[in-house]
Ligand binder design. Structure first.
Ligand code: SF4
Length: 367
């Protein structure tokens, strides 16, 4: 982790200060810039953004997204296979102090869940688990991922406990893992320390996870943060700096972005610093202007109406039909869920809503 300028929190803090104080004239000047710098991006996050300027930014963001991605939107679905967790993140229903029923699916049960998902048309699958040594053991995962390929999934990704470079390499070479998602939750080390207990409290280990994955040869890597934990403007600037660093040093991987908002779950409530719909729109558009060709994912944590409204302004991948409870696709029920899904429309309804707006929902991503 040498020369990581993005971890200089003094620099990031100075940019966050600019993001807070930039006036409308400075925002307007940056909006006309073709190739944005990190400083330009920070200014586009300013609270002084007027409705007119925001509309201009939304128009430009939508134009850039169509230019690079057309009207295709890739659909994916998470398969939660284990809700055991050794951590105690205070915003999550899976945290170890929360006395909810724990369930870890066997390889056979994972296959049954995946078969139910496959029958809905999906060929991209995201395997999700709480952080537990058994659910993250490559000896467990290699045969599971191979089996999922055998039943027709083309793209398998994981969102589980951060692993070593060697473990990621095993998953790539022995099971053709092609995606890794790991979110920093917040880039502010003080806020990070406040909200995390357990092995996950190691901020640096988590921060270096995308690099370990890239060095191991994982082709697609998603990074992001959780909206609602820290100052979203600071986190957005740090995320952008992180992505610029990764793109420069690990150009062989394709990186994507996600920034889910904290939602309520059994035993926990939403985050301490809620982010408004307007701020969310501003963030999406500013990121698209800085990163015109980077995929961005939107989760079912947002309401159907808000998802349908915001998708054109930057998103390229969306989850649909999600259950966040292990076993949730073959035996519906949310008592084991990590958080409450807000958009609970079936995938066919999500696809129909997209088609009605001129989009082309894509259930596979190898073409
Ligand atoms: S956010 Fe992840 S690591 Fe934290 S308690 Fe939830 S499942 Fe565990």
């Amino acid at each position: 982790m040498d020369n990581l300028s993005f971890t200089n929190h003094g620099d990031l803090g100075a940019l966050a200060e600019q993001a807070q104080t930039a006036d409308a004239d400075r925002i307007a000047a940056r909006l006309g810039t073709e190739h944005l710098s990190l400083e330009d991006f920070a200014i586009l996050l300013s609270p002084a953004m007027s409705d007119d300027l925001l509309q201009r930014m939304m128009n430009e963001s939508a134009r850039l997204t169509r230019l690079r991605f057309g009207y295709a939107l890739s659909l994916y679905i998470p398969l939660y296979y284990d809700n055991r967790c050794v951590n105690r993140c205070d915003y999550c229903g899976f945290n170890a102090d929360n006395h909810l029923p724990r369930r870890s699916l066997s390889p056979r049960e994972i296959r049954e869940e995946a078969t139910a998902i496959r029958a809905q048309g999906f060929t991209n699958l995201l395997l999700v688990a709480g952080e537990h040594p058994e659910s993250a053991d490559p000896q467990f995962l290699v045969p599971v991922i191979r089996d999922l390929h055998d039943i027709g999934f083309r793209s398998i990704s994981i969102e589980i406990a951060p692993l070593s470079e060697e473990a990621y390499r095993t998953l790539v070479t022995e099971a053709h893992l092609d995606g890794l998602y790991v979110y920093q939750e917040t880039y502010d080390p003080i806020a990070y320390a406040e909200h995390h207990r357990g092995p996950k409290a190691d901020y640096q280990w988590r921060l270096a996870t995308p690099e370990r994955g890239a060095r191991a040869g994982i082709p697609k890597i998603g990074i992001g943060f959780l909206l609602g934990l820290g100052d979203w403007r600071f986190d957005a600037i740090a995320l952008a700096a992180h992505l610029l660093f990764l793109q420069k040093h690990h150009w062989q991987a394709e990186f994507s972005l996600s920034f889910p908002r904290i939602r309520t779950a059994a035993g926990v409530s939403g985050g301490p610093r809620p982010v408004s719909d307007r701020d969310f729109v501003q963030l999406v558009c500013a990121l698209r202007l800085l990163f015109p060709v980077t995929p961005m994912s939107l989760s079912t944590r947002e309401s159907p109406a808000f998802r349908d409204m915001i998708i054109p302004f930057g998103f390229t991948n969306i989850s649909a039909g999600s259950s966040t409870a292990p076993g949730g696709y073959t035996a519906k029920g949310t008592d084991l869920a990590q958080f409450d899904v807000v958009d609970d429309r079936p995938p066919s309804a999500v696809a129909a809503a997209l088609k009605a707006r001129g989009f082309d929902p894509v259930w596979k991503d190898w073409e």
